[in-house]
Design a protein around this ligand. Structure first.
Ligand code: HXC
Length: 261
């Protein structure tokens, strides 16, 4: 609920939509353990809430998140990192079943870029800056950046970014397909993400869950297995009430009243 978090603002600004805003302005929303405890709790609360159909994750106009907190991790040893599974709890977002849209304004660097890429849909504004600058710190991306950025924008460009630490502008992120849409301002970006989340939240939660699941399988399976998986899930939806409701409503020229069953 609102007010329960120190490093986040958590609200429900639209019907069915949960909004999580990073709120650590002094450190440009640098990501650290206490923030992840809160983020994971907020994501899980929205994921299990019957009221919520989709979520938006955003930061400030200046920074989505300027990366992992360098001051928190600089003294870690190999045992601290490997032994305690540093970063493991960063990817709880991957286990969220409802769609999550990242609305990126300002800096999305290092772990900030990686976290934005864990979302199901990415939006940004022209003022966004994406980058994996870990090489400048003597390390490499550690929260999926080398894999997700490469799949999103291709090997040559991802390799160039990861080896040089050079950034990608919001405009380029749109041109290269890293993000689904680029907005002129931070406010328009957040509003656009909320519009999309509200639209998703207006559909059958069963169908939305299935749609997210099958699209995500395309990242892990070969095309043939992926299509077979899709077909099984598609067939399975004929066992849902919402399939009957949706198709009957179309045939009767009515608006469907989803039961989410
Ligand atoms: C800790 C950070 C931080 C970070 C910014 N700050 N980024 N603190 N970790 N990642 C703090 C600064 O220390 C400063 O605190 C305050 O935020 C404002 O930042 P400035 O540097 O003064 O702002 P500016 O000059 O506008 O520069 C913005 C910036 C720069 C270009 C984003 O802050 C920057 O380069 N940050 C580091 C970016 C980075 O390397 N990220 C990747 C981290 S590695 P004070 O107290 O001085 O005011 C990573 C690993 C991921 O993410 C792998 C596993 C997940």
């Amino acid at each position: 609920s609102e007010g329960a978090y120190e490093h986040l603002k958590v609200t429900t600004p639209r019907p069915g939509v949960g909004l999580i805003t990073f709120n650590r302005p002094k450190a440009l929303n640098a990501l650290f353990t206490p923030l992840f405890h809160e983020l994971n709790a907020a994501l899980r609360a929205f994921d299990s809430s019957p009221e919520i159909g989709a979520m938006v994750l955003t930061g400030s106009e200046r920074a989505f998140a300027a990366g992992a907190d360098i001051k928190e991790m600089k003294d870690k040893t190999f045992a601290d990192a490997y032994g305690a599974d540093f970063i493991e709890m960063w990817s709880d977002l991957m286990h969220i079943k409802k769609p999550v849209i990242s609305a990126v304004n300002g800096y999305a660097l290092g772990g900030g870029c990686e976290l934005a890429m864990m979302a199901d849909i990415m939006y940004c504004s022209v003022g966004a800056t994406f980058g994996q600058p870990e090489i400048k710190l003597g390390v490499i991306p550690g929260a999926g950046g080398s894999q997700r950025l490469t799949r999103a924008i291709g090997k040559s460009k991802a390799m160039e970014m990861i080896l040089t630490g050079n950034n990608l502008s919001g405009k380029e992120a749109g041109e290269r397909g890293l993000v689904a849409k680029v907005f002129d301002s931070a406010q328009e970006c957040v509003d656009g993400a909320l519009d999309t989340a509200e639209k998703i939240a207006s559909y059958s939660k069963i169908a939305v869950k299935a749609a997210k699941e099958v699209v995500n399988k395309s990242q892990d399976l070969g095309v043939r297995e992926g299509i077979e998986f899709e077909r099984r899930v598609f067939h399975g939806l004929f066992g849902s009430k919402d399939q009957k409701i949706g198709m009957t409503a179309f045939a009767e020229k009515k608006k469907p009243q989803w039961t989410h069953e």
